[in-house]
Design a protein around this ligand. Sequence first.
Ligand code: NAP
Ligand code: ZN
Length: 347
Amino acid sequence: MTATKGYAAQSPETALAPWSFERREVGPHDVQFDILFCGVCHSDLHQIKNEWFPGIFPMVPGHEIVGRVIKTGNDVTRFKVGDIAGTGCLVDSCQVCANCKQDLEQYCLEGNTQTYNSYERDGKTPTYGGYSNTIVVREEFVLHISDKLNLAAVAPLLCAGITTYSPLRHWKIGKGHKLAVLGLGGLGHMGVKFGVAFGAEVTVLSTSPKKEADAMKLGAHHFVVTTDEAQLKAAQGSFDFILDTVSAEHDYGMYLSLLKTDGTMICVGAPSKPAQVSVFSLLGGRKSIAGSGIGGIAETQEMLDYCAENNIVSDIEMIDIKDIQSAYDRMLKGDVRYRFVIDMATL
Ligand code: NAP
Ligand code: ZN
């Protein structure tokens, strides 16, 4: 076994603190990499607080992981020691179901294996995430990372990046579309970057008037303060798509009214309480509400390669791991500019 250092929550009531644990030995198909950087996703906070479902504790969060390969199994062909590698939200899946066969491992019909707060395929060994110094992952779930980009700023691409890239590609959003990105946080700011890169006319819908200048710097064309009734009224019926990245309870009906006829609201934000949607907010205008979960491994690699070619990374604030709690506190206030990334050298 491999002795590993990390930060864990021992229960939903306790703060994250240093914790030592073991990872499996590197098997024939495994890659081990030492973690350089790990992004802080709002999903980390939802999960350590048991907001979605009862979690598996102790819990080591973190699924935006970038590092350097230190060991490979005998049958590994795609990685060698010294390569820069990454892992996102997935570390395994059945690999044989209809969805896995179509590169949609995130929708594995037998249930995917998440990077943390999940069980390995044996159904009993817990997985532990990237707030740690090293990780062992089977080769198929390790991503190649270009060393041309700032590696700390690449880390958030592994979740915030793919979670926004995938739906924009799926719904073929680009030139000629009016796209609204709802919520300017970790996912939202990547949604803006990709929407602009794909040629859409992008509006940020935000509760934070102070983020307007940042939204414009990110490439957005318009900014609507959603707490300002006049601005909200002026935006009625104007978008083809809304990419909803909001982490907390919000009024779906109010935002659906901003869609054009036949418009689609794509939910990627995952508040803990069920959404309340009146059917009247859909049938008046033949509107759709949809969801999208992260992305498959092939698409994640495609997104990373696209980012390397187009010089796209996340806007980050680097933190020491000991400051994780204050990062969470700021995240809860919507005060993330625009992703915290842990410098794992501080572990
Ligand atoms: P984040 O950085 O905290 O950003 C969320 C943003 O939502 C905030 O910055 C804020 O933007 C807005 N917001 C917060 N509370 C709001 C409220 N009550 N009403 C309206 N807007 C509000 O979080 P994140 O890391 O981007 O994650 C966002 C959500 O996506 C989380 O629920 C996370 O679990 C989920 N997620 C889903 C997937 C997936 O596969 N679908 C993957 C990753 C994450 P403004 O200040 O601009 O209003
Ligand atoms: Zn995430």
